[in-house]
Design a protein around this ligand. Structure first.
Ligand code: CTP
Length: 310
């Protein structure tokens, strides 16, 4: 004698109702749809042209020695030349091979207590964002890291802008925790100068440091701007686009740009899984990004994991 209509939740706010419905949609049965993946990939390829696969990082093939990067369209916009010495330190070329299974790990606290670590590490390639600490969170967030991004803001926050030998070597030591590529955007003249400084020291270590090509991010940004998007793309959303260019099966974890979860109970969700930080989506429009990810999930283009892994 269950009284269904009396059991229906009265949501305290429309935002919470939205969060509840999002979670409900994500816990429904999901299957990958390679036709939809192909359709989406073709659109992205049309929008990005040559940048679709070739220009994610600066390498010897896409950037000849003595090439000059210009930052801006004005006559006197700042320029920086890649000297022959620097050119020799660049990776020979970037692989554009198809990867069977990939994970992209976002930094939301929603990943805590999910026990998704094993599932994440099952992937052939794991992308991580902003040098998120891994060792202590392996059960929920996995251990494998084939590519991790870090923002220039991390350099200022944690490493005094790598302005002296001590902060530079501390940065290099910390980054050795990541097994694969370390990627940073080199989109401004000062950013590229900093990237070159790091590249020189990294050449002396066993890690691989790669520089984000200044032309690549703007292409992905322009693709979404032409679809009504106005914010600056977040690192996580950008990586999802990169992964969609080459991964056959893409799994996302830790993408939950909301301060709460509404399931049987309402639960607070920390902004990051590894630190107690006030909830902020900064200059990003993560509501738009999340609704795109959700739609791609519903069309089987990728799988957005929410809640515990089996
Ligand atoms: N993210 C999310 N929900 C959160 C926190 C992060 O979906 N509560 C995703 C976003 O796509 C974000 C990525 O995980 O870009 C990495 O998180 P974070 O390091 O917090 O990114 P930001 O600080 O926003 O930095 P960026 O400007 O590099 O995106």
């Amino acid at each position: 004698d269950r009284n269904f209509s009396r059991e229906i939740w009265k949501f305290p706010t429309p935002e919470m109702e939205k969060i509840y419905l999002y979670k409900k949609l994500l816990t429904k049965e999901h299957s990958f749809n390679c036709t939809n993946l192909k359709v989406f990939r073709n659109e992205l390829q049309d929008g990005m042209g040559a940048y679709f696969k070739k220009y994610f990082i600066i390498d010897q093939q896409n950037t000849p020695a003595n090439h000059t990067f210009k930052f801006g369209n004005r006559k006197n916009s700042p320029k920086l030349q890649i000297s022959e010495d620097i050119h020799k330190l660049l990776p020979k070329n970037s692989t554009s091979e198809t990867i069977p299974r990939c994970s992209v790990v976002g930094n939301s606290g929603s990943i805590l207590n999910t026990k998704c670590g094993k599932d994440i590490d099952k992937a052939d390639f794991v992308f991580r964002c902003n040098a998120a600490p891994i060792r202590l969170f392996a059960t929920d967030a996995g251990y494998k890291s084939n590519l991790t991004t870090f923002n220039p803001s991390i350099l200022s926050k944690r490493y005094k802008r790598i302005s002296n030998a001590k902060s530079l070597s501390r940065f290099v030591m910390d980054m050795k925790r990541y097994h694969g590529y370390l990627w940073t955007p080199c989109y401004t003249i000062s950013g590229l100068q900093k990237c070159i400084k790091i590249l020189k020291v990294y050449n002396l270590t066993e890690n691989t440091f790669v520089m984000g090509h200044p032309g690549h991010f703007p292409k992905v940004q322009a693709f979404w701007n032409s679809r009504g998007f106005t914010g600056r793309l977040s690192s996580g959303f950008y990586l999802v686009n990169v992964a969609l260019t080459r991964c056959s099966e893409l799994h996302l974890y830790g993408f939950w740009p909301f301060p709460k979860e509404v399931d049987k109970h309402i639960k607070e969700v920390p902004y990051h899984y590894f630190e107690n930080m006030k909830f902020t989506t900064g200059r990003h429009d993560m509501n738009f990004e999340f609704s795109v990810l959700l739609q791609l999930h519903l069309h089987g283009v990728l799988k957005l994991h929410a809640g515990e892994c089996d």
